[in-house]
Design a protein around this ligand. Structure first.
Ligand SMILES: Nc1ncnc2c1ncn2[C@@H]1O[C@H](COP(=O)(O)OP(=O)(O)O)[C@@H](O)[C@H]1O
Ligand SMILES: CC(=O)OP(=O)(O)O
Ligand SMILES: [Mg+2]
Length: 403
């Protein structure tokens, strides 16, 4: 039996799962949101253990920081009989967003690894500081267990040079490791492997475009199992329009704001990381709120939606040309899995390229499925991502637990 606690620490959230990797079952699950706000929420659920029904506990309270959030999760989990110690957890796996030039594969966290993750905080300010906090808090509260870091950038380590190179002075790029790294790689790999399995084809024979549309959003082009392009770059700012980030923009805009408009680099970082995307265009906190406002006739929301659709089409078209031929387009993550209307709108111009949705499968189905018309040239799928399961499997491999 191999049991792993997986921790995905966000800037203001904490997601946990205890997974039995031998049977790939989820034994417990927890989510804390709005850490640092006056009132946050916590939900803990115990899985269906040995036939006994799962139980859930929800709490509204202030969680001043990640330590407070994790200790409360452990307390509630203990009440439900789902404390990591009760469940015999042997290792803790962490999602770490930026692996920089040094980390490509999942690794056991040593003091050197921790220092490396800390050095990368500047490049992923929404993510790496929280990831590191998650590692430290978990070590304090659950001493004696090995920790494994799994990097979002790992899967994109093998991008061809043409796709990862910024066309700037090579010496500058080399001195500071400035290149496109790509993120959400754990998800793109998991989802693209599942896509091939659902289609019943060998992974290395399928050309695919994966659209991971969550709070952060990214696209990837995968040719026969190898990522050949992805939309995020040196940082998770580049590419698609996201919840609070703009995706692609002219770097001249940043120079202009700092040099001519009196903004500090810190102001610009806040603008681009927290006050752009859906939030900046329409003051929408998330995609559900955006859609509700579009339906109410809100013009800012309608424009934001159009910008999202336009950008997605541009990436799909670009990746099609990079791949030469596309077998499958797969949607995943919170928005990609749940918003049928966005999937239909984005693909509506691609009928001539052999992309045709089955409206019923798109709108009424749930979970993992093919949503294109039977017999069409290009398969379109929804595949729920499971970064936690992928991280738990990586822990097994790194620590040799399953043997
Ligand atoms: N049923 C739904 N309908 C519309 N949007 C949804 C739905 N469920 C989740 N979302 C959207 O998904 C996004 C969060 O996706 P998720 O993959 O959980 O992001 P992250 O992991 O980055 O926090 C939010 O914009 C949320 O509004
Ligand atoms: C890299 C990234 O943007 O992650 P998330 O979607 O969790 O914010
Ligand atoms: Mg996510």
């Amino acid at each position: 039996m191999t049991r792993v606690l997986v921790i995905n620490s966000g800037s203001s959230s904490l997601k946990l799962q205890i997974i039995d990797t031998a049977v790939e079952a989820e034994l417990a699950w927890a989510l804390v949101e709005r850490i640092g706000d006056p009132v946050g929420t916590l939900a803990v659920r115990r899985g269906d253990l040995a036939g006994s029904p799962g139980e859930e506990s929800t709490v509204e309270a202030a969680f001043p920081d990640h330590t407070a959030a994790l200790s409360r999760v452990l307390e509630e989990a203990g009440r439900l009989g789902a404390h990591p110690t009760d469940l015999g957890v042997e290792a803790i796996g962490h999602r770490v967003v930026h692996g920089g030039p040094d980390f490509h594969e999942p690794v056991e966290v040593t003091p050197e690894v921790e220092a490396g993750i800390e050095r990368l905080e500047l490049l992923a300010p929404l993510h790496n500081p929280a990831n590191l906090r998650g590692i430290r808090v978990a070590r304090d509260l659950l001493p004696g267990l090995p920790h494994v870091a799994v990097f979002d950038t790992g899967f994109f380590h093998t991008l061809p040079a043409a796709a990862h190179t910024y066309a700037i002075d090579r010496a500058v790029a080399k001195a500071w490791d400035l290149r496109r790294y790509g993120f959400h790689g754990t998800s793109h790999e998991f989802v693209s492997r599942r896509t091939a399995e659902v289609l019943g084809r060998p992974y290395d024979e399928v050309n695919q475009i994966v659209l991971h549309l969550g709070n952060g959003a990214s696209a990837s082009a995968i040719a026969g199992g190898r990522a050949v392009d992805t939309s995020m770059g040196l940082t998770p700012l580049e590419g698609l329009v996201m919840g609070t980030r703009p995706g692609d923009l002219d770097p001249g805009l940043i120079i202009h704001l700092i040099r001519d408009r009196g903004m500090s680099p810190e102001d610009v970082s806040t603008l681009l990381n927290r006050r752009s995307g859906l939030e900046g265009l329409a003051r929408a906190r998330d995609f559900r709120e955006l859609l509700a406002r579009v339906d109410d006739g809100d013009r800012d929301a309608a424009l934001a939606y159009e910008v999202v659709v336009h950008r997605l089409r541009r990436y799909i078209g670009g990746y099609w040309a990079v791949l030469g031929d596309v077998d499958a387009i797969t949607f995943t993550a919170g928005v990609g899995e749940n918003v049928a209307r966005l999937r239909a709108d984005v693909l509506s111009t691609l009928g001539g390229w052999g992309v045709e949705l089955d409206p019923q499968a798109n709108e009424d189905g749930t979970g993992e499925r093919i949503i294109s018309r039977a017999g069409g040239r290009v398969a379109v799928l929804v595949v729920p991502t499971d970064e936690e399961l992928a991280i738990a499997r990586a822990c097994d491999t790194v620590l040799g637990l399953g043997r």
